[in-house]
Design a protein around this ligand. Sequence first.
Ligand code: FAD
Length: 535
Amino acid sequence: MNQAVFKGTLHLTADVLVIGGGPAGTWAALTAAAKGAKVILADKGYCGSSGATAPSGTGVWYVKPDAKLREEAKASRYTMGGQLAEHRWMDRVLDRTYENMNRLGVSGYPFPLDEEGNQYRRSLQGPEYMRLMRKLVKKAGVKILDHSPVLELLADEHGVAGAAGVQTQNGEAWSVQAGAVVIATGGCAFLSKALGCNVLTGDGYLFAAEAGASLSGMEFSNAYAICPTFSSVTKTAYYSYASFYYEDGSVVEGAGSKKGRSVIARNLLAGRQVYAKLDGASEELQPLLRVAQTNFFLPFDRRGINPFKDAFPVTLRLEGTVRGTGGIRITDEACGTGVPGLYAAGDAATRELICGGFTGGGSHNAAWAMSSGSFAGEGAAAYAAGLGRHAADRTPAGLSSSPLVHRQVQPGAAARAAEYAAAVQAEVKPYDINLFRTEQGLNASLERLDGLWKEQRSREIQRTPEGVRAREAEAMTATARWMYSSALARTETRGMHKREDYKATDNGQHHRLISGGLDQVWVRTEEVAKESVLL
Ligand SMILES: Cc1cc2nc3c(=O)[nH]c(=O)nc-3n(C[C@H](O)[C@H](O)[C@H](O)COP(=O)(O)OP(=O)(O)OC[C@H]3O[C@@H](n4cnc5c(N)ncnc54)[C@H](O)[C@@H]3O)c2cc1C
């Protein structure tokens, strides 16, 4: 703890502070408020249109409570995820997702109707979903701070007690003292410009580690999405209808959306441009696809490309942990982090508990976001209520590992933050470092990342919108170090983690990798709960 808490221009108190207003944060806010807590939600952008879900359509792991259907659902990704999911958690999430989706149905979400007139509840359109979530959160009495990124957590000897940040639209600092905090800041896509993901820079991981929490599964962090070279839309479901070609029109053998992304990556690495065409979609299906994902087609329409008939150049855009599964380690059923008063939910938390080391296409992430958000909101509300009158006596201090200051810092700080971010991207974007991993590549990269961390660590950061960029660069650096340290420790291929020098799965490594530390990164193994083994 390095400095006394700043009483910013805006100083508020709450029972529960939720950081992040995507699906996980809004469900956390709703459930905490339903338990009687006074709740504040702070988002870096505008709650309702910020984050990975808001501009997308998401499939949801919505399975009726029928024993056979549930067993099939649990088994479907168990092997792909490297057998790291846990039965008990899958059951809890399936139950809570079913309940929450039904609740959305009665709260006015416009689910489409099937042939019998029943609502089809297995997917959500991001814009409608998040607009409704904002409405429900406000109706529940939650105070929303939009455009208010958190810069650091606040804590005292009893645990986490709030957070401080800056309002990016007027430059004013703020702080919220709270009995408990839920981190729901999403994953880390390393400013790769994937649609909806540029606010997701791993901030929550850094905040949690600064408070003493650890991470889990950070080796499962190398999601790359197929995407046209001229677009930021990374919705990949439609590429299951695609064929892939070289410039001369010959087929790229083995390339595909589900299993053949490595083939695309190896071609791109070798300097051979790959083209896609959605020529597997029938004439009848095409208009339906257009209606289901309107924003998928916008970049094509603007260029006069018909993606069903014309081949267009593709790339693989990094989504990091957003469609990976690693994140803050969860230590109890309320999505606690092991640090008193600190909870985590959604992509900020590890999703290994329900899908191991691989999420594949849509459903599990969205289910996890709404379920873990609900568990965390309820847990945080109960924790805050338990503090009783002591909550008001606390004088917490900021936890940022770099000094956060009010005075002006040296000129050029913004340019330096951009340089650090670019330097981290140079380590995590290349397919031959992050997708096809080797001991040599990971070690060399880690050495450079450790250097970047040291350089940033002691620099003063001003509590301004520019300071937000500096903290993002720090968070990206820290995230990359936990990712690669974990990837080095897993000397096998499992889930989405692929080692070129250890291509097989090693039964002796059927464990989790827990990581943490700031100046000194550490990794240790943890057993997967015994009852998790599916028969
Ligand atoms: C293109 C695409 C398609 C997808 N499709 C599916 C699908 O079909 N099915 C599925 O299950 N999953 C899908 N996903 C994944 C799914 O979108 C995420 O799992 C989900 O959005 C996670 O919710 P979240 O609330 O944890 O994070 P997000 O929705 O990303 O929200 C995080 C929020 O935290 C805020 N934030 C970040 N840092 C700070 C800070 N420092 N201070 C304050 N606020 C902060 C952000 O502004 C953002 O609003 C898809 C993802 C993408 C990118």
